[in-house]
Design a protein around this ligand. Sequence first.
Ligand SMILES: *[C@@H]1O[C@H](CO)[C@@H](O)[C@H](O)[C@H]1NC(C)=O
Length: 364
Amino acid sequence: MYGLSVLAFAVLAVAAPAPQRNRGGNRNGGGNGGGQQRATAQQQAAQVPGGISQAQDGSTIVDDTVNINGLPIRFKVSAPADQFMANTNIPGAAATAASNGTMGVNVLLHGDGGQSFFDFPNQNVQANTMGVVLLAPDPNLFWGGGQGLERTDGVEHAQAVSDFVTQALPQMVAFDPNAVVFSGVSGGSLLMSGFFIPSQMANFPNSAVELNCGALPPQVDFVNGAQVLSQTKIHYQSTQNELASLQQSIPQAVAAYESAAAQAGLSTNEINQLQTVDNTPQGGHCEFDGRDFVDGVQVMLSSYASVMQGGDGTVQGIGAPSNGQVRNGVVGNENLRFGAAPRRRALDGERMTVMRWAAEVAGN
Ligand SMILES: *[C@@H]1O[C@H](CO)[C@@H](O)[C@H](O)[C@H]1NC(C)=O
């Protein structure tokens, strides 16, 4: 079941989300005890206008919101203009409604606080694959809601992501439904591995998921598990100084998916082709370049096709001492070695939250 507002695309030019400051009555400002309550991350994000803009590679970016199963799903699609459906009235749109395109789609789920939604590190076309990012329908902009490793809305959010791609996206842009791949960053990776892969990946044949700086063992039953595990590439990418909670949950996820694949009848060799893992760069949470969250995430997404879509597995610009080659089969590499975690506040959701974009909103 889904409740897509079909007419949304016809009014794209004026569809920037309305600001919702609601300073007096919001109960999700959290922790600033008394006095004026802060706007939630979701409310602050609503102050960033949507609309149409240009990607770094000249593609057209459309930023709009649709209602999926009662959840507001704000999205950005970045594609060559002529791939948008002509009836969207996007300048240059030329695709025919109800036709499949030839391009693939890389759907990215951001980490807690939404930073990668605003950065859109997969906006450039790569390996004939367009980029899509989705903003979590949650006051804190946490994919799966909850906090830390407890993603209490994981089932509903995974369903909404799947329904967005299968129901809403085809009305917007032409793409090949057999070439849909996924990327997670931090909290987005928790939703992907904890909920989306088991419950929704049967809808996306021959897919791939890059789980950056986060993973959870499956939290729900598999749907068509044998098919999903035999067709889905999974790469886990972390760093040596990963957050303490993730230093535990990433190896647990690696072991759980490996074991599920073995139970589904895959050989060691087949598992190592499909499931790969690396955490060699020295750096903190998502600092894959050895230095910085935003640049680190960009490094992984810029080499996405190399790792996930049949390339040689080399990541350009990854941090030392990695040699750039990250596709290590999981079998025999389950026990990742980590260094010191940033600080000893285990299972602390706060440290996963990155919201640099909000400073720009406040500075306007
Ligand atoms: C688009 O691709 C899907 C999946 O292969 C297929 O079921 C559907 O019939 C195709 N639609 C068109 C209009 O070709």
